[in-house]
Design a protein around this ligand. Structure first.
Ligand code: KG4
Ligand code: ZN
Length: 355
């Protein structure tokens, strides 16, 4: 019986198609990134993103199909697609493609939540990677992306219990906003990580919102703190008004501020995730989403996991940011559980993972 799923992901600003076997082995993984397209505006313009998906959908599909050597569509177990959460127009392009493929080729259509995709990226194996055990349950997963930040407990496949979430901005959103304040290029996450790595002084301290007694997180205060710090640097006083122009900062100052900001975000994310894992008796910790590509975050949670004696499973950076292989991994479990969508599958921009 066929065990390959073709998966499509277009929820935000990457047009992606992958073929994944048994929810683990990547057979093909193609991602067309729109980063360069959105850089001049310093953020995603939804209409621009949707039009770019329209332009790239078929070339990306064809490349993935050819890389996977798919001659007959009947060799697939199904077609999976992200149906939310995300930008309505962007989601619609992938959903329409998937619905059409499933209908034309008589294949099951499997809807996948983008956020569970980020978790299931931890199950993926590269084409040439030796086999390794699956993350054991119960596990605690931290999802940190541009639009979402939350911690869930999983006691089995597709079982999510929400432990905590951001009460305001997502961690990636904070990286992007503070990146802009520091005059760094879009997206802010990788730029801040690079700038922070070049800092020679490590004494800038940004606030931490601990929200004690909960697994919830908060990052909106960091933007205000960063704005104040930039104004103070530029004007030599405790300025609180006006928009600072980070491009006027000295590179060393940018590096120090980037380090202080990243240190705060990483400290809170790592501490909260590790505490939740300990409390739940987790047998593994999984992290996913764009911010999980951050080397300092990976390192910090890795150290903590070692002292708890549990494995940390974190996908390589390109599988942390948006891709379709992660959708193919989650889809395998949905497919086995009998999840099927009809030709009326629609975009769910605010779809939740767990409540
Ligand atoms: O998961 P993702 O690709 O898209 C969403 O579903 O949102 O996450 C994108 C986010 C952006 O905010 C980006 O700045 C952040 O992930 N990001 C990083 C790094 N690489 C990407 N943040 C911190 N450090 C990184 N190395
Ligand atoms: Zn994402």
């Amino acid at each position: 019986m066929s065990s390959r799923i073709l998966a499509i992901e277009t929820s935000c600003d990457e047009t992606a198609v992958a073929v994944v076997e048994r929810g683990r082995r990547i057979v093909a993984d193609v991602v067309a990134s729109q980063v360069a397209l959105h850089a001049p505006t310093g953020g995603i313009v939804p209409e621009v993103a949707a039009r770019a998906h329209l332009r790239w959908m078929i070339p990306v599909l064809e490349e993935a199909r050819s890389l996977a050597g798919i001659e007959a569509w009947s060799s697939l177990a199904g077609v999976a697609v992200t149906h939310g959460p995300g930008l309505a127009g962007s989601l619609l392009v992938g959903i329409t493609m998937a619905r059409t493929l499933a209908w034309v080729h008589g294949l099951p259509l499997v809807p996948v939540n983008h956020l569970e995709g980020h978790i299931y990226a931890a199950w993926l194996l590269d084409a040439d990677e030796p086999d390794r055990p699956e993350p054991p349950f119960p596990l605690v997963a931290l999802v940190v992306s541009g639009g979402h930040t939350f911690i869930v407990e999983m006691r089995g496949h597709l079982e999510y219990r929400l432990l905590g979430q951001t009460v305001d901005d997502a961690a990636g959103e904070a990286f992007d906003k503070v990146g802009r304040l520091l005059g760094l290029p879009y997206p802010g996450g990788p730029a801040i990580m690079r700038a922070a790595a070049s800092a020679t002084r490590h004494d800038r301290r940004f606030p931490r919102a601990w929200l004690r007694g909960t697994d919830d997180l908060s990052f909106s205060g960091l933007k205000t703190a960063a704005r104040r710090a930039v104004l103070t640097e530029l004007e030599g006083r405790h300025g609180t008004t006006g928009e600072p122009d980070g491009a006027r900062l000295a590179p060393e100052t940018v590096a120090e501020l980037a380090w202080g900001f990243q240190d705060s975000v990483v400290d809170v994310l790592a501490t909260k995730t590790l505490r939740a894992a300990e409390r739940c008796g987790a047998r593994s910790i999984v992290i996913g989403g764009g911010v999980a590509a951050n080397a300092v975050l990976r390192e910090r949670i890795g150290e903590g996991a070692r002292s708890l004696g549990v494995p940390l499973i974190v996908p390589r950076p390109a599988l942390c940011t948006d891709n379709a292989a992660m959708i193919g991994a989650a889809a395998w479990h949905r497919w086995r559980a009998g999840a099927r969508a009809g030709g009326d599958l629609d975009a769910r921009p605010s779809l939740k993972l767990a409540v």
